[in-house]
Design a protein around this ligand. Structure first.
Ligand code: ZN
Ligand code: ZN
Ligand code: FE
Length: 726
C-alpha cells in the first residue's frame, strides 16, 4: 500500500506510471485507489511489512542474474568482483530461499548472514537498485564457496576454487555443484567423460542438459530462432530444447538417438564464474538418485552422490525449496513446457473463473505437481517428480506445507486421480475435513488445457498420452472426448490391445510390437516377430504370444504411448525404454521436415473405436521393401494425425462445438502437434493447446483442481464443505 500526496495531476501521473513504467520485476494485478485526508508528508517513508495474516503475500520466482550485477561481478574495481552470490532487486534467488512470508531477510536462507555496512547502505538507499533487496550480499558478509573431496571432506585450494574447478574439470573429473534449487552434476562436454558420468549415474540414455557461457556458444551448437533466444535470456532462464546444428562438436552420448539438445544459460553469478575459464559449455544435469527428488542438503548430497561425484563445490547458503530447472521448447510457434519449475514457480496461472473455495489438485504419480486454485488463480507447485518413495512423499508434503503457508490457503476440496494405486491419490483419500473428488486422468488433462486457456464452455478433447486409469479399469491413452469441467463423454478411443507384461511392457517396446502384430494377424505374428526381433529368444516371443492369446491375462490398453513404442520397436529405432517416452521421442525425431506428400497408412474409424491394426500389414510391407525408415515414421505420424483429425471433426459436428483441446504427453511430439493443429485449423476449429503448464502429467493437477472445484460448486449449493461431511 502506498499513500501519495501532491497536486491532482501529479498523483494521477504517478498512478499512470505504475502501469506504464513498473519496476522491472513488478507484476501488477490490480491498482485500487481512494482519496485520503492530507497528512503533510515531508519525505518518503517506508513502513515495514507486517505478517498480519490477512493479505496474500506474493512469493516471487527465482530470477536470473541481471546485466548490472553481471557487470559488477566482472569488474575488478567493484566490491562484487568475482562474487558468486551477487544480486539485486532485479535478480537473484527468491522462491528457493524463502521459508515464510512476508518476504523479508529474516524469513529467508540469508537470515544467518548479517549485511556489512556497504551492503546495508545500498539496502537502505531508495535510489539504489539494491534498495530492499533481501538476499543482498558481498564477499565481506555473504555466503562462500568451498570445495569438498568425494567423501565430503573440505579441501584447501591454494589458488582459489575457480582455478581448482577448471583444472580438475579439464582432467575429466565430475563435480557436484550446489545451485539454486539443488545439486547438479557438472562435467566436460567430452564423449569419454560423459560416458563415465552415465556409467556412474546408471543413466544410459536420458538426455543431459548443457549450460553454455553465452548465446554465441549456444549458436555454435544448435539452430536458434529468436523466440528461443528470448526464452534462454528470459528472467526464468529455463533449459530450452533446441535442434542440434549439423556438424556441431557435441558428443553424441549427451542426447543419444535425439536430434535435440537441452541448453541453458548461466542463471546465477556462480554459474557465470564456472564458465569463465577454459571451456564455454559444460554438462549440467540435476543430481538425484533415480526416482528420488533433486538433492539439496550437503549431507544428503555427499551420501547420495557417493561413487558418482569426484568433488563437491558447495556453499553455506541453505536451499530452502528444492527446485529443478524448468524445461521448455518452442513447438508449433508457441512455448511448450516439459517441466515448469525454477523461474516460473510459484507464479500463478490466471483463470477465467473466480473460485469461491480453495481446491487442491493432488497430481499424478510421475512428473507430479500439485495445484491450488484460489480466487482467479491457480498456483502450481514445482516439479516434484516420481512419487512412491519415502523421500518423494516428504518432498511433496514439505512443499505443500510451504505453499499453504506462503499463500495462506486451506483447501476445502481435493481432486485426485482415480487410479487405485497412485500414492498421492491414496494420501488424498485420507485427508481430513476436505471434500474428496476423484477425477479421471484424461478428464483432468482436458480440464487442465481448458483452464489455462481461460475457456469455460464445452469442447472436444483429443487426449493422447502413455498411461491413465480409465473408468472401465483399462489403461487409457488415446481418447477423443467431449465435455467441460464438470463431466466428459468418451466418443472414440484406440481399439484395445493387450498391454503385455504391464510395467515390463512399458519398458520393452518389442512386447507391444508383438501385441499389435498378434492382434492384427494372429498366429502369423510369431514367425514375423522372430525375423524382426532376432535378439529375443524364441521361447520369450512365444511366451508373450501365449499371454496375449490367454483370455485370463488380458490387460486392455488404448495407450497412444504404447502404439508409438510398438512402431518404434518394429522400425528398430528403440527396443528398450530406459527413460519415460524414449522410444516415442526417438521415433518422432526421425520424421523428416520436408518429405513431400506421402499417403498415410490405412486405419479404421468404427462407432467408437479408432483401429490402427489395418496399418500394420502395410507398414511391414514398407519395412520389407527396405523403404527409408524416416519415410515410414512420417507415414505413421500422418496416420495418427489423420485419425485424430477425423475423429475430432466428427465429434465436433455431433456435439455442435468448434473448440478442441489437445492435451497429454504425446503432444510434445512437434510434428504431430503441428500437423493436427494445421488440419483442425483448415476445418475452422478453434484449437487450444498448453502454453502455461505442461501437456504431460506435470499439468494434471491444474485439471484435477478445476474439475473438483466445479463438481463441488455445481452439485451442492452453499460454500462450506461442512455441509457434505455425511
Ligand atoms: Zn541484479
Ligand atoms: Zn556486504
Ligand atoms: Fe497422462
Amino acid at each position: 500500500m502506498a499513500e501519495i500526496e501532491g497536486e491532482n495531476a501529479e498523483v494521477d501521473a504517478f498512478c499512470r506510471k505504475l502501469y506504464t513504467e513498473p519496476p522491472k520485476l513488478a507484476v501488477i494485478e490490480q491498482v485500487n485507489s481512494r482519496p485520503l485526508p492530507l497528512r503533510g508528508y515531508e519525505s518518503l517513508e517506508i513502513v515495514h511489512s507486517r505478517p498480519d495474516g490477512t493479505t496474500r503475500a506474493f512469493v516471487p520466482p527465482d530470477v536470473a542474474t541481471c546485466g548490472e550485477c553481471l557487470r559488477e561481478v566482472r569488474d575488478p574495481d567493484d566490491r562484487h568482483y568475482l562474487y558468486p552470490f551477487t544480486n539485486c532487486t532485479h535478480c537473484g534467488p527468491r522462491f528457493t530461499i524463502i521459508f515464510d512470508v512476508p518476504y523479508d531477510r529474516p524469513r529467508t536462507a540469508m537470515a544467518g548472514f548479517t549485511p556489512c555496512s556497504s551492503c546495508q547502505a545500498e539496502y537502505n538507499d531508495p535510489s539504489h537498485r539494491r534498495f530492499h533487496a533481501q538476499p543482498v550480499a558481498c564477499p565481506d558478509c555473504g555466503p562462500r564457496i568451498s570445495v569438498l573431496d568425494k567423501n565430503g571432506r573440505p579441501i584447501t585450494v591454494k589458488k582459489g576454487w575457480q582455478n581448482f574447478f577448471f583444472h580438475r574439470m579439464c582432467q575429466g573429473k565430475i563435480f557436484a555443484v550446489k545451485g539454486l534449487g539443488g545439486y547438479h552434476l557438472a562435467c566436460l562436454l567430452d564423449e569419454e567423460v560423459v560416458a563415465e558420468l552415465r556409467r556412474r549415474k546408471k543413466r544410459p540414455c536420458k538426455p543431459l542438459a548443457v549450460m553454455c557461457a553465452s548465446l554465441e556458444t549456444v549458436e555454435r551448437l544448435c539452430v536458434l530462432t529468436s523466440p528461443e533466444a528470448e526464452l534462454l535470456q528470459s528472467p526464468a532462464a529455463p533449459i530450452v530444447l533446441l535442434p542440434l546444428k549439423k556438424g556441431a562438436l557435441v558428443p553424441r552420448n549427451i542426447s543419444p538417438g535425439l536430434m535435440t539438445l537441452g541448453v541453458m544459460l548461466p542463471y546465477t553469478p556462480f554459474h557465470h564464474l564456472l564458465l569463465r575459464g577454459p571451456f564455454s559449455a559444460m554438462v549440467l544435469t540435476s543430481a538425484n538418485p533415480t526416482d528420488l527428488p533433486i538433492l539439496k542438503d550437503d549431507a544428503e548430497a555427499i551420501q547420495g552422490l557417493r561413487g558418482i561425484a569426484d568433488y563437491f563445490l558447495v556453499h553455506d547458503r541453505p536451499i530452502v525449496q528444492r527446485c529443478d530447472d524448468s524445461v521448455v521448447r518452442v513447438a508449433a510457434g508457441d512455448v511448450q513446457f516439459y517441466r515448469r519449475s525454477r523461474g516460473y514457480v510459484p507464479k500463478p496461472v490466471d483463470l477465467a473463473f473466480e473460485a469461491a473455495e480453495v481446491a487442491l489438485g493432488a497430481g499424478a504419480e510421475m512428473k507430479s505437481t500439485f495445484c491450488l486454485i484460489s480466487g482467479r488463480q491457480a498456483i502450481m507447485s514445482q516439479h516434484l517428480g516420481e512419487m512412491g518413495t519415502v523421500e518423494s512423499a516428504r518432498f511433496y508434503s514439505e512443499s505443500l506445507g510451504h505453499f499453504l503457508r506462503f499463500f495462506k490457503l486451506q483447501p476445502g476440496i481435493v481432486g485426485y486421480d482415480a487410479h487405485p494405486d497412485f500414492h498421492v491419490s491414496a494420501w488424498a483419500r485420507e485427508l481430513p475435513q476436505v471434500v474428496k473428488i476423484p477425477v479421471q486422468h484424461h478428464h483432468a488433462h482436458f480440464a487442465s488445457c481448458l483452464a489455462e486457456n481461460g475457456y469455460g464452455g464445452r469442447a472436444v478433447g483429443a487426449i493422447l498420452d502413455g498411461t491413465g486409469y480409465g473408468s472401465d479399469g483399462a489403461v487409457w491413452g488415446f481418447e477423443v472426448i467431449s465435455g467441460d469441467f464438470l463431466n466428459f463423454q468418451r466418443h472414440y478411443h484406440q481399439r484395445y490391445v493387450h498391454l503385455s507384461g504391464g510395467e515390463s511392457g512399458i519398458r520393452w517396446p518389442w512386447r507391444m510390437a508383438l501385441s499389435y502384430l498378434y492382434s492384427s494377424m494372429a498366429e502369423k505374428a510369431l514367425p514375423l516377430a522372430r525375423g524382426l526381433f532376432p535378439e529375443r529368444a524364441a521361447w520369450e516371443l512365444k511366451a508373450v504370444a501365449r499371454e496375449i492369446s490367454g483370455p485370463l491375462q488380458w490387460l486392455p490398453t488404448s495407450s497412444c504411448g504404447r502404439l508409438f513404442d510398438a512402431v518404434s520397436a518394429l522400425l528398430g529405432v528403440c527396443r528398450e525404454n530406459t527413460y519415460e517416452g524414449q522410444a516415442a521421442m526417438e521415433l518422432s525425431e526421425l520424421v523428416p521436415d520436408d518429405a513431400g506428400p506421402l499417403d498415410p497408412y490405412p486405419f479404421c474409424l468404427g462407432d467408437n473405436e479408432i483401429d490402427f491394426l489395418p496399418m500394420f500389414p502395410a507398414l511391414l510391407r514398407d519395412l520389407k521393401k527396405g523403404r527409408d525408415k524416416k519415410l515410414i515414421a512420417r507415414r505413421f505420424h500422418d496416420t495418427v494425425a489423420g485419425a485424430v483429425t477425423e475423429a475430432v471433426a466428427l465429434v465436433c459436428r455431433s456435439e455442435r462445438t468448434d473448440t478442441v483441446a489437445l492435451s497429454g504427453g504425446t503432444w510434445h511430439n512437434a510434428y504431430l502437434l503441428a500437423t493436427v493443429k494445421r488440419e483442425l485449423g483448415k476445418r475452422e476449429l478453434n484449437v487450444l493447446t498448453h502454453r502455461h503448464v505442461p501437456p504431460n502429467d506435470g499439468g494434471l493437477s491444474l485439471g484435477q483442481a478445476a474439475v473438483a472445484y466445479w463438481r463441488w460448486k455445481e452439485n451442492v449449493p452453499g460454500h462450506t464443505y461442512a455441509d457434505y461431511q455425511s
